[in-house]
Ligand binder design. Structure first.
Ligand SMILES: Cc1cc2nc3c(=O)[nH]c(=O)nc-3n(C[C@H](O)[C@H](O)[C@H](O)COP(=O)(O)O)c2cc1C
Length: 174
């Protein structure tokens, strides 16, 4: 399903104690979404189940961030990330996400699990210029090389500061 939603400049903000929760299968298709997810994203459960999680992808998000996310969770590790998401009406909302692997009783991976909290305003402000630069690099690199180009830039930037993406996200806090 290809939707064409026009992004608005209107931000909706998560409540302090809220958790947005979703689960996917191993291919990233949504298998569960909680009420807060549906309220923030403005989709009904029937519009979400079985659908790729990129249904709420915001065009301002660099592809490199999702490259890092998938590399991390596919290697069995958990991932923390700041993500700008888009609701059905085009509004946006920032989340501080933790994505983990979901295992069955025999410890076989059966999907992924994400819990998101309200990020700090300082964290959002710190991430915006980084993601903007990643977008610029991706546009220059062309579609095929885009995620690799922006990820190497980010890794180098953080190496220069003596840190990793994970530590960077942790210091932004939530
Ligand atoms: C458990 C889980 C949660 C995810 N949550 C989001 C999310 O909130 N927003 C988002 O844009 N992508 C999310 N993704 C990543 C999407 O699957 C997808 O990779 C991303 O939206 C980029 O779209 P694309 O792969 O079509 O380029 C999630 C993936 C998993 C496995």
């Amino acid at each position: 399903m290809k939707r064409s939603i026009t992004p608005t400049n209107h931000e909706t903000v998560m409540d302090d104690g809220d958790f947005i929760v979703s689960k996917t299968d191993l291919k990233g298709r949504i298998t569960y979404a909680n009420r807060v997810f549906m309220r923030m994203a403005q989709y009904k459960e029937s519009e979400l189940l079985g659908v790729q999680h990129n249904i709420i992808r915001h065009p301002d998000m660099p592809r490199g961030v999702f490259r890092l996310l998938w590399n991390t969770i596919e290697s069995g590790k958990e991932c923390f990330a700041y993500v700008k998401n888009m609701s059905k009406n085009g509004d946006f909302y920032w989340v501080y996400a933790n994505v983990t692997v979901d295992y069955d009783q025999n410890h076989n991976p059966i999907g992924y699990f994400s819990v998101r909290r309200k990020p700090s305003r300082e964290g959002i402000e710190a991430v915006i210029p980084v993601y903007q630069e990643m977008m610029r690099i991706e546009q220059q690199a062309g579609a095929r090389d885009a995620p690799d180009a922006s990820v190497s830039w980010l890794v180098q930037l953080l190496q220069g500061k003596g840190t990793t993406y994970e530590e960077f996200i942790h210091t932004l806090g939530h």
